[in-house]
Write a protein that binds this ligand. Structure first.
Ligand code: C2E
Ligand code: MG
Ligand code: MG
Length: 749
């Protein structure tokens, strides 16, 4: 039903009366008044009446208070509950004025006492009741509307408070200014009215921002609105807040002049500090708080761009913490972080306020020194940096003793330029980096000054690294094998696997030319694993056709030894080839092992638990503590070829080899001599009782297909295997009868 239909349909006057006579009297009284334009519906119970009212078309109820199914007041309550907007006129019995009054209190519009009212009183009462009810309904609606508006205002003010956003409105013609509650709260200004409010506001704006903020209240500016001005407000409390002011014209006269202006002022102090923090983070390293690469390069560019009268220099020092990776890996990353913070603080102590210290990431720091008089000055700075960095790292508030007593050294590279010279800042930093790299190569804990030759070498290095990466994907890295023999008989006992790079342009490259680069880039890990697999595979193939199996030695580098996967890689190489583990020997140099003797010890122990043996390569060249070295879990010493070279004709090498043999005998270790080139050396070694040797005298390292010494059935029995120097059919050598050390050699048998 539409509203229009509702208007045309006559309403219902509901007469609720169980007494038919009285009902008749009432109806007759109404008829005299044309029924008031209402349809009279007569019901005689309270429940029927309640149901009818609920239908929504009843305009008024005439209610008898003595109904059969409800007490008078119950009926009244029920009808009001069905629709409280329907007026009710109560009909009470004789002498029941009290009841009528009670009915009024409960919500009836009027009451009539049966038999005591004039015939037309019913019609009048109904009319008045309807009118009054209508008025009351209108008032109620009005009140409701009012409170809704009030509620909206409260909500708006609350929203402004939460957003810390105050608003204002300016009627340009009357000069009236409305200032929201929140704006009053924000500014601490109350009783603001008229345009003097603007002056009072501007008086609070920080002096530096006042000129610009004035635009927020300017009619001229309003013509090009919106206007947005960020400014600071200094409050009476003394605190400063950042405000974003926004103003826009919202009404114009016929000539297009603004006549109504709206504005907001938002407190953005918190947002501003977040923005400032983000800006800081974009330029700083979060761990150390130092500036980052971008900032340093920017400063360097500016310094280089400005020629100086005094012809002073600008110096860049590239600094890399030595063995940081080792601290990071062997302790914890948190410890590594603390170490870096300690280093940063130490370096700061050594610098002048005009110097810039940046962290370039990882363990790399770069110092930019302006106005350096001469090279001497640069060396002073570098010396100062080296001194502070070598002091024990004590990080403030550090209760962990992880770093107690830890000292570090750094490798540094220096590059200098003269402001005004056409130098690219990035290039200058790269030069310092190249020089730093040279310092690392030359043994760390030192510095180098950049020269042109370094750049050439660095370029060559980069080239070789990328080529090496490509080489790993193809099969140009080949494993060659050099025989290990019994020097007395020349019988081949095994071989050492040595990698070669069959370079398409430069021919066959020796390991020295690429292993250090592979080590540096980490490519040694996949490369080393490939060598291991091939060495095991090839040796297993040879052995399949032999009576006496050959063993094979494979070199391991520092990176490989530090690789947590190493034991697994070795196990897999053995498993895939079927080579028995006791035929594999892994060689590590003493320098590599001693880098972190404890960690190495653990790894070597793990490897030996697979059944493989371990040799110390180039023994005697590492200047390590002999006692410490020999306490490591190893099986063999490989006497370096420099000693072997000095063995001829009873040279000084002979005494050394004799001493090594004696040492090995006591400790139960095997000994191999490497680099045997002459018959004289062979004679001397055989005389000394050495039973394993390798060298060009017997053959260089060759590819498997060229290793004719391996593709034979080999001698049947009697040939001493690599590790176990047992008497054979030959007369015993002087070093035989080696005692068993820690039962290890016995176990392996
Ligand atoms: P190394 O393990 O001490 O290997 C012995 C080196 O001496 C080999 O050089 C070998 O060719 C050379 N040599 C053998 N007999 C003689 C001789 O009679 N006279 C002279 N003057 N030299 C002889 P190479 O193959 O150039 O290897 C050099 C080093 O490169 C090796 O020293 C080893 O430390 C490393 N290397 C070789 N292959 C690998 C590999 O696959 N992985 C790793 N990590 N390092 C390897
Ligand atoms: Mg070796
Ligand atoms: Mg060697």
């Amino acid at each position: 039903m539409t509203d229009g239909d509702a208007a045309r349909v006559p309403g219902v006057l509901l007469l609720v009366e169980d007494d038919p006579d009285h009902a008749f009297l009432v109806r007759r009284g109404l008829v005299d008044h044309g029924g008031l334009g209402l349809v009279v519906v007569h019901l005689s119970t309270a429940s029927d009446a309640t149901e009818r009212v609920a239908q929504g078309d009843v305009r008024c109820v005439l209610l008898d208070l003595s109904l059969p199914d409800a007490s008078g007041m119950e009926a009244l309550h029920a009808l009001r509950a069905a629709d409280a907007s329907v007026p009710i006129v109560v009909l009470t019995g004789l002498d029941s004025n009290a009841m009528g009054i009670q009915a009024l209190q409960v919500g009836a519009q009027d009451y009539l006492v049966k038999g005591q009212h004039a015939p037309d009183a019913v019609a009048r009462a109904v009319l008045f009741a309807m009118e009054r009810a209508q008025r009351q309904e209108a008032e109620r609606r009005q009140a409701q509307l009012g409170s809704t508006l009030q509620l909206r205002e409260v909500q708006l003010s609350e929203a402004q408070r939460l957003a810390r956003l105050g608003s204002w409105e300016w009627d340009v013609l009357t000069g009236e200014v409305l200032w929201s509650d929140e704006l009053q709260r924000l500014t601490g200004l109350s009783d603001v009215s008229g345009v003097e409010a603007f002056d009072r506001y501007l008086a609070l704006v920080a002096e530096e921002d006042r000129g610009e903020a004035g635009a927020l209240f300017s009619i001229e500016a309003a013509e090009d609105s919106p206007v947005v001005v960020r400014h600071r407000l200094v409050l009476r409390s003394g605190s400063t807040r950042w405000i974003q002011g926004h103003m826009t014209a919202a009404g114009w006269d016929e000539d297009g002049n603004p006549v109504r202006v709206l504005g907001t002022m938002q407190d953005i102090t918190e947002q501003k500090s977040t923005e400032d923090l983000l800006a800081h983070q974009a330029l700083h390293d979060t761990l150390t708080g130092l500036v980052n690469r971008e900032v340093l390069l920017d400063r360097l560019a500016r310094v280089l761009a400005a020629p100086r009268e005094d012809r002073s220099l600008v110096a860049v020092v590239f600094l890399d913490v030595d063995r940081f990776k080792w601290v990071n890996d062997s302790r914890s990353h948190a410890t590594g972080d603390r170490l870096l913070v300690g280093v940063a603080r130490a370096l700061e102590r050594a610098l002048r306020p005009t110097d810039t210290l940046a962290r370039f990431g990882g363990d790399e720091f770069v110092v930019l020194c302006e106005r350096v008089r001469d090279e001497e000055d640069v060396l002073d700075i570098v010396a100062r940096l080296a001194t502070v960095i070598e002091e024990p790292v004590a990080v403030e508030g550090d209760h962990d003793d992880d770093l107690a007593g830890v000292t570090v050294t750094a490798s540094m590279g220096v590059a200098t330029a003269r402001p005004g010279d056409p130098v690219d800042p990035e290039e200058l930093v790269r030069d310092a980096d190249i020089a730093m790299y040279r310092a690392k190569e030359r043994g760390r804990a030192r510095f180098e000054v950049f020269d042109e030759g370094m750049r050439e070498r660095a370029t060559a290095r980069l080239r070789i690294q990328s080529e090496l990466n490509a080489a790993l994907q193809t099969d140009v890295l080949k494993v060659h094998f050099q025989p290990v023999v019994h020097p007395g008989t020349g019988i081949v006992l095994g071989s050492e696997a040595l990698v070669r790079w069959h370079h398409p342009e430069r021919g066959v490259l020796a390991p020295e030319e690429f292993i250090p680069h592979a080590e540096e880039t980490g490519l040694i890990v996949p490369l080393g694993a490939a060598v291991l697999r091939t060495a095991c595979q090839v040796t297993a193939q040879w052995n399949a056709a032999r009576l006496e199996p050959l063993n094979v030695a494979v070199n391991l580098s520092a990176r490989q030894l530090a690789d947590p996967q190493l034991t697994q890689v070795v196990g897999e190489a053995l498993g895939a080839s079927g080579l028995p583990s006791h035929l594999l020997c892994l060689e590590v140099t003493e320098t590599v092992v001693m880098e972190d003797a404890d960690a190495s010890s653990r790894v070597l122990e793990q490897l030996r638990s697979l059944g493989v043996s371990v040799a110390i390569d180039d023994f005697g060249t590492g200047y390590s503590s002999l006692a410490y070295l020999l306490s490591l879990p190893v099986d063999l010493l490989k006497v370096d070829r420099s000693f072997v070279a000095a063995v001829d004709d009873g040279g000084p090498g002979e005494a050394i080899v004799t001493a090594v043999l004696a040492l090995a005998r006591t400790l139960g270790l095997g000994v191999i001599a490497e680099g045997v080139e002459t018959l004289a050396q062979r004679e001397a070694l055989a005389r000394l009782g050495l039973r394993h040797a390798q060298g060009w005298l017997w053959g260089r390292a060759v590819e498997p297909h060229a290793a004719d010494w391996a593709w034979t059935t080999g001698p049947a029995g009697g040939v001493p295997p690599l590790l176990v120097d047992l008497p054979s059919s030959r007369p015993p050598w002087p070093d035989e009868g080696t005692p068993v050390r820690n039962g290890r050699r016995g176990e392996r048998r």
